[in-house]
Design a protein around this ligand. Structure first.
Ligand SMILES: [Zn+2]
Length: 267
C-alpha cells in the first residue's frame, strides 16, 4: 500500500497544495478506498489538523494522516450510503472527540447534523460551507472549502455522489428536477473551484458523454485527462464541468437533440 510521505509523493496521489504567500496552505489528499471510492484528507497545514471526508476505511485514512504528519480532528460525510458513511462507527471509536458532520441522522454515528449554508472550520484556516444537494439521497451535502486568508486559493468542493467528473449520481431518493437544481447550485461556485468527487467513474462518464456529444471540445479535453490519469479527482474544475458534463449542459444543441428523457433514463 502506498502512503504519501512527502509533497512529492503527495503529487503522485494528485493532491492539491494551495501554495500561498501566507503560511497556511490548504491541502487535499485523496485516499482510494473500496473498489472505486475516494476518502480524502483535508489538511490545514498551518495547524497540521485535518478532516477526513467519507473515511470508509479508517485504518487506511489514519495511516495516510500519519504519513503526512497531521492529526485528524473531524469527519465530514457526504451522504448516508454505507460506502461513504460506513466507516463512521470505527471513526467515532478511534477519534471519540472528533465531530462527525452529516446531513441527517441516517448518517452512521453522526454527531453534528448540518443543513444548507451551515459553516464550520477545520484547524484555524479552512472554512467549510455546506451545500444541500438532495437527489442521490435526501441528505446529500456538498462541502465547499476555502482558505479565507488567501483569495488566490482556488478552493475545492467535495461532491460525494451528487456531481461526478463528467457525470452525476443516480436519483435514488430524488427526481431529475432535484438533480438539475443540485447541479445548478454547484454551478454557482467560482469557476476555479476544484472538484473532489466520491468515486472514480470518469472513464465510463466520458464514454457516455462521447455518445451524447461526440464533437464537443470539452469531451475531447476530458478524454486526454482520462488517458493520462488513473486518478482524475482533484484535477478538474467547476468551469470544466460546464464544458463537458452532459448533465449540466442540458441546453446544448446535441443534448437537446438526444432528449432529456433519454439522458436521464439510466438513472
Ligand atoms: Zn451514494
Amino acid at each position: 500500500m502506498f502512503l504519501p510521505r512527502s509533497l512529492h509523493d503527495c503529487a503522485r496521489l494528485s493532491c492539491r497544495t494551495f501554495a500561498s504567500s501566507v503560511r497556511t496552505p490548504m491541502k487535499v489528499v485523496p485516499v482510494p478506498v473500496r473498489q472505486d471510492n475516494y476518502a480524502y484528507l483535508l489538511v490545514d497545514e498551518g495547524t497540521n489538523k485535518a478532516a477526513a471526508v467519507d473515511p470508509f476505511d479508517v485504518a487506511k485514512v489514519a495511516s495516510a494522516a500519519e504519513g503526512l504528519g497531521v492529526s485528524i480532528v473531524a469527519a465530514i460525510t457526504t451522504h448516508h450510503h454505507p460506502d461513504h458513511s460506513g466507516g463512521n462507527g470505527d471513526f467515532a471509536r478511534k477519534y471519540p472527540n472528533a465531530p462527525i458532520y452529516g446531513g441527517s441522522d441516517k448518517v452512521e454515528s453522526v454527531s453534528k447534523i448540518i443543513k444548507d449554508k451551515d459553516e464550520f472550520r477545520i484547524g484555524d484556516n479552512i472554512h467549510v460551507r455546506c451545500l444541500a444537494t438532495p437527489c442521490h439521497t435526501q441528505d446529500s451535502i456538498c462541502y465547499y472549502v476555502t482558505d479565507p486568508t488567501d483569495a488566490s486559493h482556488p478552493g475545492g468542493v467535495f461532491t460525494g455522489d451528487t456531481l461526478f467528473v463528467g457525470g452525476c449520481g443516480r436519483f435514488f431518493e430524488g427526481t431529475g428536477d432535484e438533480m438539475n437544481r443540485a447541479l445548478k447550485y454547484l454551478g454557482t461556485l467560482p469557476d476555479k473551484t476544484i472538484v473532489y468527487n466520491g468515486h472514480e467513474y470518469t472513464a465510463s462518464n466520458l464514454a457516455f458523454g462521447k455518445f451524447v456529444e461526440p464533437n464537443s471540445p470539452g469531451i475531447a479535453r476530458l478524454s486526454e485527462i482520462v488517458k493520462n490519469n488513473d486518478v482524475t479527482t482533484g484535477k478538474t474544475t467547476i468551469a470544466e464541468e460546464k464544458e463537458w458534463n452532459v448533465f449540466i449542459r442540458l441546453d446544448a444543441p446535441a443534448i437537446r437533440q438526444v432528449g432529456l428523457s433519454f439522458l436521464f433514463s439510466p438513472y
